[in-house]
Design a protein around this ligand. Structure first.
Ligand code: USQ
Length: 384
């Protein structure tokens, strides 16, 4: 299959490009290095010393003999997106090319606008180019479990049956996102549903949980390793806890620590995307997949990370600091996850197994984390 990955240079995009190529797919990709620039902007860097995209492509060719086609450019420029999609004629487009950070979008009006503009305009450009050049191509779009928020109800996969004043209908499940970033994802979901309705674009809208870890079988040497963020803006819960443990920083569950989310190991995220790509929707179908392995509270995550860290001689002290976000700290969280297992998804990596890979690997890069230690404690607040 010809697959085009938007956001090829990112945490998920880079390993996915190699993973799909190894399965025999022909992979091309686009990136404009926004992630590298925004992480530099907030004063941090990847714990892993990632190579430039040019060096990565050459290293992958050397290690595997495989070529990846790369276009450097901005998804928010419609003529560029149009040209790349017209030229490649992909069978599937995987859209990971967005700013992924809730805290980044909460910094100020400029960061909110940049996140929403970049993500929503880029997505629209892909939809319009698909309609023009590849109307039967499958769009695998990365949404987020955070679109649903934390309702006091079970969370279905996208839609639910509702009875109201004696009548029944199947409707989109209410979205209650918790940041300007998560709101942009919701707006994109509506745009995608509308494009599906008017143009019949076939799509899988993936509501993915928080991904953790840094290793896939394709990363056979350090030139091929993916990025690993640990700062307050781009680092996510488990990854931050691992990096904190490595440099003797307290692990930081926010507030009461009962915030519960779905989590998924990096290599199982690759597995889920591959299943969705190789089992495409029917022509003109819009479907929603909830994508995670297990749900955990941040307190539970901190405790599990601390336990594994101690096996490596690290202290792993936990400190429930003041919560910089406005979010429920104790709540119900019961999301469904049936579509992917029905198509054969079986998690290969437990949280503890992934922690036993991530922590010792990060210990090799302790100095890099130490050098940006200032970026760990949260300063961006939701309410001021
Ligand atoms: N948290 C802590 N301590 C920390 C960091 C985070 O307690 O040091 C808490 C947050 O307050 C939140 C939970 O952990 O309650 C998850 O936060 P996160 O920063 O790991 O993840 P989030 O902001 O939700 O965003 C991440 C990705 C985003 C993706 C989303 C999936 O950055 O791209 O959409 O996970 S989900 O969480 O399901 O919305």
């Amino acid at each position: 299959m010809k697959i085009m990955i938007m956001g090829m240079d990112g945490y998920l995009g880079w390993p996915l490009s190699m993973y799909l190529t190894e399965r025999g797919h022909e992979v091309s990709g686009i990136d404009n290095m926004t992630r590298r620039k925004t992480v530099t902007e907030i004063g941090s860097w990847s714990a892993t010393p990632i190579k430039s995209i040019e060096e990565r492509l050459a290293a992958y060719k050397k290690a595997s003999g495989n070529d990846l086609t790369f276009y450097k450019g901005d998804l928010s420029e419609s003529s560029f997106v149009d040209l790349a999609i017209r030229k490649e004629q992909p069978d599937c487009i995987v859209h990971l090319g967005e700013i992924p950070s809730a805290p980044y979008s909460m910094i100020d009006v400029n960061h909110c606008n940049f996140t929403q503009m970049n993500n929503m305009v880029g997505h629209n450009n892909i939809l319009f180019a698909m309609k023009e050049h590849v109307p039967n191509t499958h769009l695998l779009k990365l949404g987020t479990m955070g679109e649903y928020g934390t309702p006091n109800l079970d969370i279905p996969e996208g839609f639910f049956e509702i009875e109201y004043r004696g009548r029944k209908d199947k409707l989109p499940f209410p979205r209650q996102p918790g940041s300007w970033y998560h709101l942009a994802k919701v707006h994109e979901t509506w745009n995608l549903m509308f494009a599906n309705k008017i143009w019949g674009i076939s799509a899988t809208d993936v509501m993915q949980g928080v991904v953790h870890g840094l290793n896939t079988p394709q990363m056979v040497n350090d030139d091929l390793i993916t990025r690993f963020d640990f700062d307050e803006v781009f680092g996510t819960a488990i990854n931050r806890f691992c990096a904190q443990a490595v440099v003797g920083h307290e692990l930081t569950p926010y507030g009461k620590g009962g915030q519960t989310r779905g989590y998924l190991a990096l290599r199982d995220s690759m597995q889920c995307f591959t299943i969705a790509i190789e089992n495409p929707p029917k022509e003109g179908e819009y479907r929603v997949f909830n994508q995670f392995d297990e749900t955990y509270s941040v307190n539970d995550l901190a405790e599990r990370t601390s336990k594994v860290a101690q096996e490596y001689g690290l202290e792993g002290k936990i400190w429930n600091i003041e919560n910089p976000r406005l979010e429920a700290e104790e709540h119900r969280y019961e999301p469904d996850m049936k579509h992917l297992p029905d198509l054969g998804f079986k998690p290969t990596m437990s949280l503890e197994e992934e922690l036993h890979i991530t922590i010792p690997k990060l210990m090799e890069y302790k100095d890099r984390i130490e050098a940006k230690r200032e970026s760990i404690m949260p300063k961006i607040k939701w309410t001021n």
